[in-house]
Design a protein around this ligand. Structure first.
Ligand SMILES: C[S@@+](CC[C@H](N)C(=O)[O-])C[C@H]1O[C@@H](n2cnc3c(N)ncnc32)[C@H](O)[C@@H]1O
Length: 245
């Protein structure tokens, strides 16, 4: 899980292929949900898998945020973008900060869980960090119900003298399991030279029924909020979970 090049030696490409500005609309939906569930105030929030801190960069001034990620390189990116946020190295499946928050957020990082046992341990970690009247929000990239196999996305971005073309192919080698494979290619043009890098990620693919079951086991009630801001042309749901019946 910690071996992705995009979150290690290629982390410098993350802000180029997915600039923080692109998260403004998505973050405004998260802010609205947080306000609906928590009311006004600079509430304490916790994000697991903060990545480059791009979504959080649009929320950090309205809330008191703590951010966790398994990758030291990504934490460093987020620290630079969000200097007022507390950053902690940790795995969302097991980290224990010994404190609770009004909200636990896991944006697209939740997609890196590929087994139901990982979902269970992460939901338990979130529960351990959540106030009884708090809210837990997640944004998986893919759901079994809406998954489109053999999907290719590509685009070119220009930043700081670099032109980076990103190409991604997503497929499901074994529809009987809960894992899909994403192959990424980066064509990096700088000073008249072209460098090609590649990376492979494995992501989870679960049905809404599995999500509901795992969350209910931990005592959560689930609300599905349509989300138009997932990657590319994907549509899906934010999973909003609270304790209750
Ligand atoms: C796509 S990035 C998140 C980007 C983020 N939404 C943003 O706005 O910048 C996914 C992140 O999940 C992190 N991650 C993957 N598995 C993790 C785990 N088990 N615990 C904590 N972080 C994890 C990766 O290190 C990576 O930084």
């Amino acid at each position: 899980m910690a071996d992705h090049r995009l979150y290690k030696d290629l982390s410098y490409l993350f802000p180029i292929i997915t600039p923080a500005e692109h998260y403004a609309d998505c973050a405004s939906q998260w802010r609205q949900l947080l306000r609906t569930h928590l009311g006004s105030g600079k509430h304490r929030i916790l994000e697991f898998g903060v990545g480059g801190g791009h979504n959080l960069s649009h929320l950090r001034d309205d809330f008191e945020a703590t951010a966790v990620d398994i990758s030291p390189d990504m934490l460093e990116l987020s620290r630079k973008l969000n200097p007022t946020v507390r950053h902690v190295l940790g795995d969302m499946r097991s980290v224990d900060l010994g404190e609770t928050f009004k909200a636990v957020l896991i944006h697209d990082a939740i997609s890196y869980l590929t087994r139901v046992d990982d979902l269970r341990s992460t939901v338990a970690t979130a529960a351990r960090h959540l106030d009884p009247d708090g809210v837990f929000i997640m944004a998986p990239d893919y759901f079994s119900e809406t998954f489109i196999p053999n999907r290719v996305t590509s685009f070119t971005n220009h930043v700081d003298g670099k032109t980076v073309t990103f190409l991604e192919h997503v497929w499901d080698p074994d529809p009987a399991d809960t894992e899909i494979e994403v192959n990424m290619f980066f064509l990096i043009m700088q000073d008249g030279a072209l460098k090609v890098e590649e990376d492979r990620h494995y992501l989870g693919l679960f049905s809404r029924q599995i999500w509901e079951k795992v969350l209910q086991e931990e005592g959560f009630k689930v609300e599905w909020v349509p989300c138009p801001y997932l990657e590319g042309d994907l549509t899906g749901w934010l999973i909003v979970a609270r304790y209750g019946t």
